[in-house]
Design a protein around this ligand. Structure first.
Ligand code: HEC
Length: 148
């Protein structure tokens, strides 16, 4: 188990990180192929989400008060107004035009396919295909806040 952990830590590809995860396969089986965001979130594992966040960390810091990278700092983003989590970040007009706040359902849609939700967004990221991976990431985002 420890050897596997170290092996996973050295891998850059998110898919490979996901493949190394402990009970994800079991949770996936229990959820079935098309869980709703709510169902997936109820089974979510924030710890695993933190590991999956490595693919986001290329562009996003998530520490309180941390600087923006290619993307805005994501500390406290769940529940925050869309395109406003980091006041100093130059968001695109398409993202700003969405309005509303980051609910779990909207975050699920965003992480599944950013360019589909906001065509022309500067978030150059294809999306996370697996619903459970998205739920785990959302659960992790929730923990990185003053009020989870
Ligand atoms: C290649 C760089 C890159 C990667 C990788 C990336 N993002 Fe982003 N992200 C961006 C950029 C740039 C924006 C701003 C988009 C815009 O203004 O259109 C953004 C915006 C966001 C926002 C909106 C923040 C707000 O204030 O409303 C969220 C949430 C987000 N990203 C989450 C994630 C998550 C979670 C991942 C990993 C699964 C991820 N991103 C991966 C670059 C990236």
């Amino acid at each position: 188990m420890r050897r596997i952990g170290r092996y996973c830590a050295g891998l850059a590809l998110a898919a490979a990180v996901a493949a190394c995860s402990d009970d994800a396969a079991e949770r996936r089986r229990a959820l079935g192929p098309h869980p709703s965001p709510g169902e997936a979130l109820r089974a979510a594992d924030a710890g695993r989400g933190g590991r999956l966040f490595r693919q986001c960390a290329v562009c996003h810091a998530i520490g309180k008060g941390a600087v923006d990278r290619d993307g805005p700092n994501l500390f406290g983003v769940m529940g925050a107004p869309v395109a406003a989590n980091s006041p100093r970040f130059a968001y695109t007009g398409v993202l700003r035009a969405l309005g509303g706040t980051w609910t779990p359902e909207r975050m699920d849609a965003w992480l599944a396919a950013p360019a589909k939700m906001a065509p022309g967004t500067r978030m150059a990221f294809p999306g996370v295909a697996d619903p459970l991976d998205r739920a785990d990431i959302i659960a992790y985002l929730r923990t990185q806040a003053d009020r989870p």
